[in-house]
Design a protein around this ligand. Structure first.
Ligand code: ATP
Ligand code: MG
Length: 339
């Protein structure tokens, strides 16, 4: 067998066998090697270890034969299969689904935010999926009731389109308009959805005396994804929008990821006519579940689940995820180098 043929044959071996062989040839350092380095190490020591290498190929052939002969009896699965314990995956995915319908009751922070808008500007800084839309919709409803116009801005055209559809359903299409780089529908409606750049440009025009839309009756400006204020390139648009926002309008800033909301609230209080109230909490109503999807389609929990026995080394990663990362470590390093 030439070195090239050996390399190709080794690449076909399960990582478990490859690592065992690598360890027999190079000792404990092999345990820290990725697949590519293991193969190089084995090929480099092939002449002196031909018997070991042949034995490993025989083991692999025997395992393949056993697999082809039918499923292993219960408890007899290979260690590779054992480590992807399906019970862990069940624990990871448990509870996902459509919850039982129940009456909608706003959370305390949602009520607090809507009420605080009566007195001044509001920043809502709560995790993703907490229900910031409710605050925006309820505040819009109140502004409409007082015959004030509302502008809802988002950083993306796609998000603006989604909000437009959502608000049309809630308030009726005759009351909702959209202005983005691509669309301009019903631009004199009392509720206008637009990208933040468009609002900034409207405010520029208004500053020059050319009022395009109903900014004179503007009662509420909702700035979704307001963490963009910190964006090195686009942040200035958010900053100018806030600075030029008419004094009679209330500002509602929504975000799941502002690092320094207190500082932002203090700044708004400083530059705006009314004090800014901060509504903040970190409770996730939808917990995050981290998993790793292997290219072979196998889903593995990324972190150890509570149902697993405690790890003596206090490891955080799931052993199967760790095994897969080790397997691809070298490829990642190579890809980074060549990239
Ligand atoms: N008080 C509540 N009780 C139960 N469900 C709620 C409550 N408020 C909102 N929801 C539901 O939570 C889900 C997420 O809400 P929403 O889209 O407003 O989150 P968000 O905070 O805007 O998230 P994102 O950061 O992803 O924009 C929606 O299905 C919404 O109906
Ligand atoms: Mg949202």
């Amino acid at each position: 067998m030439t070195h090239d043929e050996l390399e190709r044959a080794l690449a076909e071996l399960p990582f478990r066998l490859l690592r065992g062989l690598g360890r027999a040839i190079a000792g404990p350092p092999a345990l820290r090697m990725g697949k590519r380095r293991l193969i190089h190490t084995i090929v480099a020591g092939a002449e002196a270890n031909s018997a070991r290498i042949e034995a490993t190929f025989r083991t692999h052939q025997a395992e393949q034969g056993a697999l082809a002969a039918g499923p292993a009896p219960a408890g007899g699965a290979s260690s590779e299969h054992k480590s992807g314990n399906p019970a862990d995956l069940r624990a990871l995915l448990e509870g996902i689904g459509v919850p039982e319908p129940r009456p909608f009751v706003p959370d305390d922070w949602q009520v607090e935010a809507v009420e605080a808008l009566e007195r001044g500007d509001v920043i809502v800084s709560v995790p993703t999926g907490s229900g910031k839309t409710y605050v925006a919709v309820e505040a819009t409803r109140r502004a409409m009731y007082e015959d004030r116009t509302v502008v809802y801005t988002s950083p993306l055209k796609a998000l603006s389109n989604t909000k437009y559809t959502e608000f049309c359903k809630l308030f009726g299409p005759e009351f909702v308009g959209i202005i983005t780089g691509d669309r301009r529908d019903n631009p004199t409606a009392p509720i206008l959805i637009m990208t933040t750049e468009i609002l900034r440009n409207l405010l520029y025009d208004a500053a020059g005396g050319e009022i395009d839309v109903r900014l004179d009756t503007l009662g509420l400006v909702i700035i979704d994804e307001s963490q963009f204020l910190a964006d090195p390139e686009r942040g200035v648009v958010w900053e100018e929008t806030i600075i030029f926002c008419p004094s009679q309008a209330r500002l509602l800033l929504l975000s799941a990821s502002i690092g320094n909301p207190h500082e932002l609230a203090a700044w708004l209080t400083c530059i705006r006519p009314t004090p800014c109230h901060l509504v903040r909490h970190q409770h996730r109503s939808v917990p995050l579940r981290a998993a790793y999807l292997h290219p072979n389609g196998k889903l593995t929990p990324l972190f150890r689940t509570v149902t697993m026995p405690p790890s003596p080394s206090q490891a955080v990663l799931h052993p199967e995820a760790k095994r897969l990362f080790t397997l691809f470590e070298e490829d990642t390093v190579y890809a980074r180098r060549s990239g």
